[in-house]
Design a protein around this ligand. Structure first.
Ligand code: NCD
Length: 359
């Protein structure tokens, strides 16, 4: 069975297949209307969401299927202390496929280990957000006509922004990708993405703290919100919250065909004066999110019993009681799961569930 927990659970061919299916849905919407009739999607959202949850719901409805679930943990048995694994065992008796968002990193991964239906990670802490990545790839394809050979600037909160982490992972499989990381010191991209993804896969990247310097060379500018809810220190958040603001003046420095993406919600980082600029793609991106989730649901349901679409094989995890995950928001520090580790690039040991460094 195929789950989608991390963007690399999909091969490049599978990603391209899902994007091609989304494009076919756009061209022939009526052909797909009843394709999920009598099927149910469960949306288990332990963290706030507008776009992701509602686009999953709208996607399943457009395919003729039905949706059940919860949008806050307070309205589920999590409030009584039920574990993630027990909850998905239960929900798997009611639904054919599950989309889960959780503030704890690794929660969808442990869910997939016991689930009898496909699990889709709809965002886990600051770790991963693979369905936003599919949305972003479809948007880049539709805006620019291609995904290969682009220079993309990621601007804002590259430390906690899970959409950034996942999109860089996926783009590392494409050809000729150059990445410019635009962030203040406090919000830089985590080392594991730089080392295990960019350096390992040969993605050219550079870091800067000047949007003005970077913007003229970009084909895509990926803006992000500073993730207030992930900061442990409020003063630190206040220092960086308004680091970069995209306005009409900065847009005048950019290429005529640059596309501005943002996973939304925005707070202050894009002024509304940019919305009417034809390069502002972020509201078109929202609609692409529904279309690509339609394609993903169809694909995972089709691949459920197809041995050609298995989860990728990984080396066996390292189990060593002397090692500890340093991330307070990792599932292994929040529920009773045996700490597991993997050997990453440069001989560094990382947590199996959340990729953090190990103590
Ligand atoms: C993002 C998320 O939840 O990670 N939003 C989304 O899914 N569209 C980005 C964010 O919250 O800033």
């Amino acid at each position: 069975m195929k789950h989608l927990i991390d963007p690399t659970d999909l091969s490049k061919q599978e990603i391209d297949q899902i994007i091609a299916l989304a494009e076919d849905i756009i061209a022939h919407r009526e052909r797909y209307q009843g394709s999920m009739a009598h099927k149910k999607l469960a949306t288990l959202f332990y963290e706030p969401s507008t776009r992701t949850r509602l686009s999953f719901t709208a996607a399943m409805m457009e395919l003729g299927g039905q949706v059940l679930g919860f949008s806050t943990p307070q309205s589920s048995s999590a409030a009584k202390g039920e574990s993630v694994q027990d909850t998905v065992r239960v929900v798997g008796c009611f639904a054919d496929i599950i989309a889960m968002r959780h503030p704890i990193e690794g929660a969808p991964l442990v869910a997939s280990e016991v689930s009898r239906v496909p699990i889709i990670n709809a965002g886990d802490g600051s770790h991963s957000h693979p369905t936003q990545t599919l949305t972003d790839l479809l948007t880049i394809k539709r805006e620019l006509g291609h995904i290969d050979d682009i220079t993309i600037g990621f601007c804002g909160d590259l430390r906690f922004g899970r959409t950034v982490h996942s999109l860089i992972k996926a783009l590392s499989r494409y050809h000729g990708i150059k990445v410019v990381l635009i962030a203040p010191d406090e919000l830089r991209l985590p080392d594991y993405i730089k080392q295990d993804v960019c350096e390992k896969m040969g993605v050219e990247y550079r870091e800067t703290d000047s949007l003005d310097d970077a913007i003229p060379e970009l084909d895509v500018l990926y803006m992000t919100r500073v993730q207030k809810e992930r900061f442990l220190d409020e003063d630190e958040f206040d220092r960086v919250k308004d680091s970069f603001v995209l306005d009409a003046r900065r847009m005048s420095l950019a290429k005529e065909k640059m596309a501005v993406l943002h996973p939304l919600p925005r707070v202050n980082e894009i002024l509304t004066e940019v919305d009417e600029d034809p390069r502002a793609a972020y509201f078109r991106q929202v609609e692409n999110g529904k279309l690509v989730r339609m394609a993903l649901i169809i694909s995972l349901m089709e691949w459920k019993n197809d041995p050609a679409h298995k989860m990728p094989e990984h080396e066996a995890p390292i189990i060593n009681p002397a090692l500890h995950c340093t991330n307070a928001k990792c599932i292994c520090n929040n529920e009773k799961h045996q700490p597991r580790f993997r050997l990453a690039e440069n001989g560094i040991t990382r947590c199996w569930y959340c990729d953090s460094k190990v103590r």
